[in-house]
Ligand binder design. Structure first.
Ligand SMILES: CC[C@H]1O[C@@H](n2cnc3c(N)ncnc32)[C@H](O)[C@@H]1O
Length: 483
């Protein structure tokens, strides 16, 4: 089917749906009307969109962890522990890597072995294998809204199952769950598949049920310039809105310079609303999510709490609707429930202390916001031009041309020509523009900022800065100064 940014007809959607539900036995018999009846009866306090709206209207930043284990009972115990002991405001179910690659046979084996071993041998919750029944059991055993968090290029069956089970939020998108997560999956395929996931939400919205969609903001989480991640987030929000999604949370991964981080997430919300309005999508309720540092973490747990606290501070000062919490085990892998709860308590302490404070507008922040918006607009306008006005086609051609280019992405569809580095204040700039058609002013701004650092450090502006910056935070610094 030819790729286009057009709302799927119900006939087309239902035709595809027949194939989707056959991908694994747990897809059999998932009935949309029965789902509508179930979703209509879930209590307000367990609706993701309702809680996000409450937080935004009350100027509160919510804390949400990541968490997922192989077996249903242990997963329920984990989630309730993070609620009761951690103070989580929203709950995830982080889905395991096999499910993300649609390798449900491996999931089955992992579930069996986890039962035998008495511990989780999967790195997340295998939602497809547990099916609607299992996911509903989790939803009914917790007391907070529930969201699927994963990294799945083809999440169509997973989305059917989690929404049927009452989970009223799904993370991901055709770009953000492809380019940073997959090596050889075409963008045509993943954009098409995520149009299905969004159209499913559009169907539920048409039945009067609000479901939240959250593009994955941080992408590779490694020195991604804010305008590049904002451009991708806005594109995915627009693609979702075309399919009838009405409740969207756009995301941003902490970069480390507070002024840039606050400016970036505020610019993201403002510019995304501008584009939604310009494209005629009315009544889309937009919120934001700030991801605590997604790059390398220090092994020392006390230092890790420092990184977690900085993320909480930036999220709160920016007025983000939600912050995704890291744990002191980040440098090692899947955290214990205790460590996970510690990350949430640290975050909530900071959020409570800063609740009445926001970073006052400064000249630096206004200039940073202007630059981010100008860079973002340059990227999106070129994408639309390449697509002859079609955003989906333009996105595919944008990656082919290197106009959209995510640093350190594994996908063969990513040009990998653009290179970032931090300036002397730790803000992320473009060191090599690759094929991004920025204006001369934008290029001069980025170059000058990096020249300032070069002069301060007594070295040339070059790729060594990038490499030094990649490892800096795990070594205890923000900027990778020469040793
Ligand atoms: C997007 C990557 C992030 O997800 C986190 N993550 C992945 N799987 C799990 C998991 N099963 N439990 C808690 N955190 C997890 C990982 O530590 C990293 O911070």
């Amino acid at each position: 089917m030819e790729l286009k940014n057009k709302k799927l007809s119900m006939d087309e959607f239902l035709r595809i749906r027949q194939e989707v539900l056959k991908q694994w036995p747990t897809g059999e018999g998932i009935d949309l009307e029965a789902n509508v009846a179930y979703l209509k009866q879930i209590p307000e306090h367990k609706s993701f969109p309702a809680k996000l709206r409450w937080a935004k209207e009350n100027g509160i930043t919510l804390a949400q962890p990541r968490a997922g284990v192989a077996l249903i009972e242990e997963h329920i115990e984990l989630l309730n522990f993070l609620d009761k002991e951690g103070g989580a405001d929203l709950l995830p179910s982080t889905i395991d890597s096999y499910t993300r690659q649609n390798k449900y046979n491996e999931c089955e084996r992992g579930i069996t072995e986890s039962r035998r071993e008495g511990r989780s041998l999967l790195n997340g919750f295998p939602g497809v294998n547990h099916g609607v029944h299992g996911c509903k059991k989790v939803f009914e055993a917790v007391n907070l809204p529930l969201q699927a968090r994963h990294g799945t290029p083809d999440a169509r069956l997973l989305s059917e199952i989690i929404h049927a089970a009452g989970w009223t939020s799904n993370e991901g998108g055709g770009i953000s769950y492809n380019i940073p997560y997959a090596k050889k999956v075409s963008l045509e395929k993943t954009i098409t598949d995520w149009q299905y996931c969004d159209r499913l939400v559009g169907y539920y919205e048409e039945q009067g049920i609000s479901i939240n969609r959250e593009p994955f903001g941080p992408l590779t989480g490694t020195l991604v310039p804010p305008s590049m991640s904002n451009a991708v987030a806005i594109i995915e929000a627009l693609l979702a809105a075309e399919q009838g999604v009405k409740n969207i949370t756009v995301g941003y991964g902490q970069c480390g310079n507070i002024v840039q981080d606050v400016a970036a997430i505020r610019a993201l919300e403002e510019q995304c609303n501008e584009y939604l309005t310009a494209f005629g999508y009315k009544n889309v309720y937009l919120t934001t999510v700030f991801h605590q540092w997604m790059g390398g973490f220090p092994q020392d747990e006390s230092k890790a709490f420092g990184v977690i606290s900085l993320g909480a501070i930036a999220a709160s000062l920016a007025g983000a609707t939600k912050v995704i919490v890291k744990t002191p085990h980040e440098a090692y892998g899947v955290p214990t429930k205790e460590a996970n709860a510690q990350g949430i308590r640290t975050t909530k302490m900071v959020l409570n202390l800063l609740r009445e404070q926001k970073l006052p507008l400064s000249v630096q922040q206004i200039n940073e916001s202007r630059m981010i918006k100008a860079e973002t607009q340059c990227i999106i306008d070129k994408v639309l031009e390449l697509g002859d006005g079609d955003l989906a086609v333009g996105t595919v051609r944008g990656f082919e041309a290197g106009v959209l280019d995510i640093p350190f992405a594994p996908s063969v569809y990513n040009a990998g020509k653009m290179m970032p580095a931090r300036d002397n204040d730790g803000a992320i700039r473009y060191l090599d523009f690759g094929n991004i058609p920025f204006s001369d002013d934008i290029k001069a701004f980025n170059r000058n900022k990096l020249e300032e650092r070069a002069e301060f450090e007594g070295r040339e502006v070059d790729f060594k800065m990038t490499i030094d910056d990649v490892y800096a935070v795990s070594k205890g610094n923000l900027i990778g100064r020469p040793e």
